[in-house]
Write a protein that binds this ligand. Structure first.
Ligand code: HEC
Ligand code: HEC
Length: 302
């Protein structure tokens, strides 16, 4: 908060508290002989008259108590401009304390499984169940509640992997995140005709209907440019996250128009790192769940 705003808030608070106190005491100083009927305000309803009497004492004391309370509150807690209060309380540190208390309570629950290798843990129903709940809370927004993904978000239940499906690789993917990046190659290919040729070649790789003459010309382009990442045979390279183009699993569509878009716009696909979001014990469990989905016989296989 800037000093100006802080001062503005302080002035408002002081004016309000002092104003209330003044109002209270100013009205209290009206002394009225209890034996006499008070002065009428002139308001009269069905013979019931409103008198201009001071507040009863207990009521006045209630107001004084609220004023004392507010002053005590502003001393202890933040609120008086940018003054933090002597307790140093903030909603952020309250939240942190609660999270820490929770972690202390639930920590042993998660760390119990940390020592067991994922390939073994996958047959432990309880561990896979815990992993699936971590998945539902952290991963399903992108990968779907059934982990089958969607356009741009990989299906984690099949045995087709961009980066590899070994336990360690899955842990690494979740912990550090991944950046699937392919630059737009249309400018490099030089001209629409060449782009069309290479697209026909990509279609031929997965045995789909294609223009054979174009595909033949495209093969040379592919070998020169695309094979650096997708390999000479088009089967991809998990080290670079370059997908296999010879199967019928398509992350970004795979129709002629989808491939053309990828050539012109490139692809940017990001799996966020979870090292800061999940403890390594939780990552171990959610990785176990992911592993179970594609390794039949696991407790999580459906
Ligand atoms: C620098 C490495 C690199 C080169 C070179 C490269 N690609 Fe890619 N390509 C990738 C990566 C990485 C992805 C996956 C992006 C992601 O993670 O979603 C990809 C994805 C694709 C896809 C989408 C696959 C899907 O499952 O939907 C197609 C099609 C494709 N590339 C075709 C090509 C063609 C054709 C060329 C040559 C003109 C080429 N790529 C050159 C790295 C490369
Ligand atoms: C913000 C969206 C998002 C969230 C949240 C997310 N992911 Fe991902 N994830 C992606 C994207 C996008 C990719 C593909 C990256 C690429 O194309 O290079 C991916 C890739 C992966 C892969 C690699 C798949 C392969 O074929 O190699 C795994 C495993 C994975 N995610 C697991 C998880 C788990 C487990 C969680 C939860 C802890 C999670 N993801 C949360 C978007 C997300």
């Amino acid at each position: 908060m800037s000093t100006g705003w802080s001062l503005y808030v302080i002035v408002l608070i002081v004016a309000n508290v002092v104003g209330c106190a003044w109002l209270l005491f100013a009205n209290r100083s009206v002394r009225i002989d209890p034996r006499q009927k008070g002065e009428s305000t002139g308001h009269d309803f069905d013979g019931i008259e409103e008198l201009n009497n001071p507040l009863p004492a207990w009521w006045t004391w209630l107001f004084i108590a609220t004023i004392v309370f507010s002053i005590g509150y502003f001393v202890l807690y933040p609120g008086f401009g940018s003054y933090p209060g002597v307790l140093g309380w903030t909603s952020a540190n309250q939240h942190e304390a609660e999270v820490a208390r929770m972690a202390e309570k639930t920590g042993p629950l998660f760390s119990r499984f940390y020592g067991t290798p994922i390939a073994e843990l996958v047959s432990n129903e309880q561990a896979v169940g815990m992993g699936s709940r971590i998945f539902a809370n952290n991963c399903s927004t992108c990968h779907g509640s059934d982990a089958r993904g969607g356009p741009g978000f990989p299906n984690l239940t099949d045995d087709d992997w961009l980066y590899g499906g070994a336990p360690d690789t899955i842990v690494q993917t979740i912990t550090g995140g991944r950046n699937g990046m392919m630059p737009p190659f249309a400018p490099v290919l030089g001209g629409d005709e060449n782009v069309k040729d290479v697209i026909e070649y990509v279609l031929s790789l997965s045995g789909r209907e294609h223009d054979a003459a174009r595909a033949e010309r495209g093969a040379a382009q592919f070998a020169a440019i695309c094979s650096a990442c997708h390999q000479a045979d088009g089967r991809g390279n998990p080290m670079m996250g370059a997908p296999n183009l010879t199967d019928d699993v398509w992350l970004h569509g795979g129709r002629r128009s989808d491939i053309e878009r990828a050539m012109h716009q490139g692809i940017m696909s990001q799996m966020p790192a979870h090292a800061e979001i999940l403890s390594k014990e939780k990552i171990h469990l959610v990785a176990t769940y992911v592993y179970s989905l594609s390794h039949g016989g696991g407790a999580g296989a459906r």
